[in-house]
Design a protein around this ligand. Structure first.
Ligand SMILES: [Zn+2]
Length: 216
């Protein structure tokens, strides 16, 4: 089976996406790339029933290489991002509740909490276009630019991109977390925004965050 490990990852995280309530029903999609090939969730299938063989393999032009099912209806959005961002190897697209609530208000998220800095800075809003279209793919790519790890899709949902399915998935979870805090804080007042100096301090601090890998 081509791209077997990536297809297993996608299958596992698709089911997790449902359990973690980042999507309902068949909405949302996950893809990963290796070389000139991408592998993506099939269109309109319940995630509970997914098997690695169901995850479709295509070239970057969207031509089928392996798998009998039709690829996700958002294939163009995925291939567009892979072509423009060589640093990206995995994409997770969700309709998570709080991020999508902001999407329906036409709002991104400012740097009101230091964790937003770790997602690449103020979270951009990709302008609305019909799902599955090239216009939406262009709007999402414009919003992500060259550095953002996440974006909110106006009147639609959210997207997270990274080097692995696991990392992109984590960013999707963190995005939903900050979206929830932002909406709850806004229900009471206007959240304070970090200053450029405070943001720089977070970036400096982040360089020394986490566990150093033990030397073998
Ligand atoms: Zn969607």
């Amino acid at each position: 089976m081509l791209l077997g490990n990536l297809r297993k990852d996608i299958c596992q995280y698709s089911q997790k996406m449902l359990i973690d309530k980042l999507v309902v029903g068949p909405f949302g999609n996950i893809s990963a790339r290796e070389g000139d090939m991408i592998t993506i969730t099939p269109s309109g299938m319940d995630y509970e029933d997914l098997e690695p063989e169901d995850i479709v393999v295509l070239d970057l032009g969207g031509r089928s290489i392996e798998g009998d099912l039709k690829p996700s209806s958002e294939l163009a959005m995925h291939t567009y991002i892979y072509e423009a961002r060589p640093d990206i190897q995995a994409i997770v697209h969700t309709h998570s509740t709080y991020a999508t609530a902001l999407a329906c208000l036409g709002r991104g998220i400012p740097v009101f909490h230091y964790v937003v800095v770790l997602l690449g800075g103020a979270i951009p809003l990709a302008r609305y276009a019909t799902y599955g279209t090239k216009a939406l793919a262009e709007n999402v790519l414009n919003a992500l630019g060259k550095t953002h790890k996440v974006a909110i899709l106006e009147n639609h949902g959210a997207i997270a991109v990274d080097k692995t399915v696991k990392e992109a998935y984590q960013s999707a979870v963190v995005l939903e977390h900050v979206a929830e805090i932002y909406l709850k804080a806004q229900a009471i007042g206007e959240p304070t925004i970090l200053s450029p100096h405070q943001i720089e301090e977070v970036k400096r601090q982040f360089k020394s965050y986490g566990q150093a890998k033990p030397k073998s």
